[in-house]
Design a protein around this ligand. Structure first.
Ligand SMILES: Nc1ncnc2c1ncn2[C@@H]1O[C@H](COP(=O)(O)OP(=O)(O)OP(=O)(O)O)[C@@H](O)[C@H]1O
Ligand SMILES: [Mg+2]
Length: 498
């Protein structure tokens, strides 16, 4: 017959026995239990120990004595070695890991709803963040891949001429990506110096088998390089009558360089000294120059890209190149101004550069130009254009009256007969503003249709009153009338030979 035991009891004492003691049924055991309970007053968990007798059927049962010690907040141990053996047994439990007591259960269904909405929101935000991050990573990878492709195509390009490459890959017409420009610049070999101006020296150079022109700026002309680079890389600047920009770079020695298309016929100034023109060639030069200037001046508020208006401020025959097809390409934008009518801001360079006094409009020479008006810069360019048209026209041949011989004037700079070789501002102001002098229009120009037309245009361009000067678009339109009249056009030898 199994024996009974006396156990210490607390919290589980039967009524019929004196406080603190209970007697087990035969085969029973004593237990000591501990449980973590919430103190409702201070909101913290505390341990509560209970002792008592365990009926035999539950001894060793899963219900009581074998509660896994890993259960959080609760444990029980049994013994049957001797009476009151449970007094010495102190089971432990694993306390709850959170420092903060869990909030007492609330019977409010809104809380569940809130929790649900909250977690959904967190999920949505997390999804958006993940998608955005993936998109950005993808975009960056794509950009790098495209750039790498471009550099590779520049490196390995044997077939595509550089200009084609630039045109194909320069996006909104604002030039190649900087890394590609650098790659090209590194592969350039300088051949020989072809000219020297006030701001730098120009070299003929080779990129693979192609000729390019490299202008190396003088060390104190950083500002000119910066402005010129900025203008060439302006959105939508590329035009067949604006010198083709390839790259800008700072080389190993810190020199600022500008790489552009090379035109072996040189500047218009060089060209006119060595060549005479027939009517068609004069037309091509004059029309293309007006077209280049019109494009430069034009402000195009298109979508997605808008082109700001640009005024040159140093237009002259030395800053115009002659292309093999007989057209002009305007160059040298080191002192150009930009204007965007949506902001109304005129962006004037701060490099301290002044134009060329010989070609300066009267209002620039006497400093009455309204520098708050972009229009004023454009009309000043038109004055200079008038002088360049005059330089060209002198070299256009016409029949000598009464003979079958042709004639033209020698090349000359505007005001060659009244100004010194490098006139200063005051000298030009006296000539142009005070004396109101303008280049002489030879009588023979009336004998040739194109010369007659251009002599009228140039005089309307160099008018003392800027507001009555022609616009570049107007010059183009007036000139185009020449093409509408039937002529014996000989295009057979359009390409020039030096
Ligand atoms: N892209 C080019 N292709 C061929 N020749 C060029 C090119 N760019 C410049 N040149 C030649 O180099 C010369 C020097 O040019 P640069 O622009 O440095 O000075 P400039 O125009 O003569 O004088 P300035 O400094 O007053 O503008 C030009 O006159 C021209 O003969
Ligand atoms: Mg120049």
């Amino acid at each position: 017959m199994p024996r009974t035991l006396f156990c210490y009891c607390d919290g589980h004492c039967p009524d019929n026995l004196s406080n603190g003691t209970c007697e087990t049924k035969p085969g029973g055991s004593c237990f000591s239990a501990v449980e973590e309970v919430l103190n409702e007053i201070n909101g913290e968990y505390e341990s509560e120990r209970t002792y008592g007798c365990m009926p035999p059927e539950e001894h060793g049962g899963l219900m009581q004595c074998k509660i896994s010690p890993s259960i959080h907040g609760k444990n029980i141990e049994c013994c049957d070695s001797e009476n009151f053996c449970n007094k010495l047994v102190h089971p432990q439990y694993i306390p709850r890991t959170t420092t903060e007591a869990p909030p007492p259960p609330v019977n409010n269904s809104n809380v569940y709803l809130l929790a649900l909405v909250g977690s959904m929101l967190v999920c949505v935000v997390a999804c958006v963040v993940i998608i955005a991050a993936l998109y950005l990573i993808q975009k960056r990878r794509e950009g790098k891949r495209r750039q790498a492709c471009l550099i590779e195509s520049v490196r390995s390009s044997h077939t595509s001429p550089l200009t084609c490459l630039v045109e194909r890959t320069s996006g909104s017409g604002s030039g190649l990506p900087l890394l590609v420009q650098r790659t090209i610049a590194k592969q350039i070999e300088l051949c020989r110096s072809i000219g020297r101006g006030r701001y730098g020296e120009v070299y003929l150079a080779k990129w693979r088998d192609e000729n390019v022109a490299v202008k190396v700026f003088f060390t104190d002309e950083e500002g000119s390089w910066f402005r010129e680079t900025e203008i060439y890389q302006t959105v939508l600047m590329r035009h067949e009558n604006i010198l083709g920009f390839i790259a800008a770079d700072i080389n190993g020695t810190g020199a600022r360089t500008l790489i552009t298309d090379y035109h072996e016929l040189g500047s218009l100034y060089d060209f006119l000294q060595r060549h005479v023109l027939n009517a068609d060639r004069l037309y091509d030069l004059a029309f293309s120059l007006a077209a280049g200037l019109e494009h430069l001046h034009l402000e195009n508020l298109g979508r997605p890209a808008s082109k700001p208006g640009v005024a040159h401020r140093d237009l002259k025959s030395k800053n115009i190149l002659v292309k093999q097809n007989g057209q002009c390409a305007i160059s040298d934008f080191g002192m150009a101004v930009k204007f965007m009518c949506d902001t109304g801001k005129i962006d004037v360079p701060t490099n301290g550069r002044v134009g060329t006094y010989r070609y300066m409009a009267p209002e620039v020479l006497n400093q009455t130009i309204n520098t708050d008006q972009f229009e004023a810069y454009k009309t000043a360019d038109m004055y200079s254009l008038g002088l360049v048209l005059w330089e060209m026209s002198r070299r256009c041949t016409s029949l000598k009256r009464g003979t079958r011989n042709t004639t033209c004037e020698d090349y000359a700079l505007p005001f060659y007969d009244v100004a010194p070789s490098d006139p200063n501002m005051e000298q030009m102001r006296t000539i142009v503003c005070e004396s109101g002098m303008r280049p002489i229009v030879p009588v023979r120009w009336q004998d040739e249709e194109i010369l007659q037309m251009i002599s009228k245009i140039m005089q309307e361009c160099w008018h003392a009153n800027p507001s009555v000067r022609l616009t570049a678009l107007r010059v183009k339109k007036s000139l185009s009338k020449y093409r509408q009249i039937p002529h014996d056009i000989d295009h057979s030898d359009l390409a020039f030979n030096v």
